[in-house]
Ligand binder design. Structure first.
Ligand SMILES: *Cc1c(COP(=O)(O)O)cnc(C)c1O
Length: 379
């Protein structure tokens, strides 16, 4: 089956008793041992029928062996971090989702984990950062918010060579565009709140593992920590995922048009979109099926930001991404507010940078909205 078919068919032909087209929500937290024997479901934290359909689906979509649905993307990341012990070191993408940075720096360092932030496009820098206690690479690609594209095949090869785990946060691309496990990664993480859910109405995270040993260890962590997704949210997420293919095509088409429009605009300094970057194109055209729906741009003057944000009528100034509605974010005060200013500036997340999650509206309306907002700046 092709990806579009797998997506549209999530949960169908699974409920044989009634033939329900979409899988029902099982709210029960406890399950009878009929005739003294477990049905395979005992207690909902350990396994829930609705959640299980979602978990099997994401494992199949990513080409992995086991899936785990979590209460948020952060819960998924925290659960995976349970693989590591005091004194372990991880090499992490440099311009990383701000919440992940906050978890690593403000919590996990207290548990004795160590993190080095490295531009993973630079393979030499990756090798140089490896220490005797390094256990894993934590990779975002394209990165957030600067859309740097990492060569997953090469980076995962280095990880294998040094016996490190490769963990990829695949939130921006989704399995529709990029399947990191097939490129050599061991674990994939999603904030399913974003493109997989797709409608800005469900908070969820997903983990997919490859191989029996890792899958067993994650099964233990997921159940022990209790970072599990509720049955209702599992159902909502599956409903969203069914249309992922259609949505991603449109997000991507719109993002490409907007990126081109912005790169011609006299008040815009620089646009960050993988399809405008020759390196990004080269890597993604081999390793992925497209460039995604996220872009960032730097305006020429910091003073434009405020009136631009206030005068947009369609694109909403809000902090998230991946939904059908276009959102614009100011990373310096929103997503990356917990990254110290010095590091933010070093990484390139300056106070002239805006990030757009391009929705599925008509692209001419989006362009017009930005054009009008820019006009208010010039006045
Ligand atoms: C949003 C996001 C997260 C965190 O996910 P939540 O669902 O908000 O907990 C992690 N990684 C990336 C890339 C994200 O965009």
């Amino acid at each position: 089956m092709r990806m579009e078919t797998k997506l549209a068919q999530i949960g169908t032909k699974k409920e044989r008793k009634t033939g329900a087209i979409n899988f029902p929500v099982y709210f029960a937290t406890a399950y009878e041992h009929v005739g003294g024997v477990s049905t395979g479901f005992d207690y909902t934290r350990t396994a829930n029928p609705t959640r299980q359909v979602l978990e099997e689906s994401i494992a199949r979509l990513e080409g992995g062996d086991a899936g785990f649905a979590c209460s948020s993307g952060m819960a998924a990341i925290q659960t995976v971090m349970g693989l590591f012990s005091q004194g372990d070191h991880l090499i992490v993408s440099l311009d990383l989702y701000g919440g992940t940075y906050r978890l690593f720096e403000q919590l996990l360092t207290r548990y004795g984990l160590q993190f080095s932030y490295v531009d993973l496009r630079d393979l030499e820098a990756v090798e140089q950062a490896i220490r005797p206690n390094t256990k894993a690479l934590f990779i975002e690609t394209p990165t957030n918010p600067l859309m740097h594209v990492v060569d997953l095949v090469q980076v995962c090869q280095i990880a294998k060579q040094y016996q490190l785990l490769s963990i990829v946060d695949n939130t921006f691309m989704t399995p529709y565009l990029q399947q990191p496990l097939k490129l050599g990664a061991d674990i994939v993480i999603h904030s399913a709140t974003k493109y997989l859910g797709g409608h800005n109405d469900v908070l969820a995270g997903l983990i997919v593992t490859k191989g029996n040993e890792l899958s067993e260890r994650l099964l233990f962590l997921h159940n022990s920590i209790g970072s599990t997704l509720s049955p209702m949210d599992s159902w909502l997420l599956m409903r969203g995922m069914k249309t992922l293919a259609l949505r991603m095509e449109k997000h991507q088409e719109n993002a490409r048009c907007l990126a081109e429009y912005l790169s011609q605009h006299p008040l815009v300094d620089e646009v960050f979109y993988p399809a405008l970057d020759s390196r990004g194109i080269a890597i993604l055209s081999e390793q992925a099926n497209g460039f995604g729906g996220m872009l960032s741009f730097r305006v020429k003057d910091k003073r434009y930001i405020q009136s631009l944000l206030q005068n947009l009528k369609i694109i909403t100034f809000a902090e998230s991404l991946g939904g059908v509605e276009s959102l614009i974010t100011y990373p310096a005060t929103q997503t990356h507010a917990d990254v110290p200013e010095e590091i933010r500036l070093k990484v390139g997340v300056c106070d002239r940078l805006l990030r757009v999650s391009v929705g599925i509206e008509h692209v001419e309306d989006l362009k017009q909205d930005i054009e009008n907002a820019f006009r208010s700046v010039e006045k």
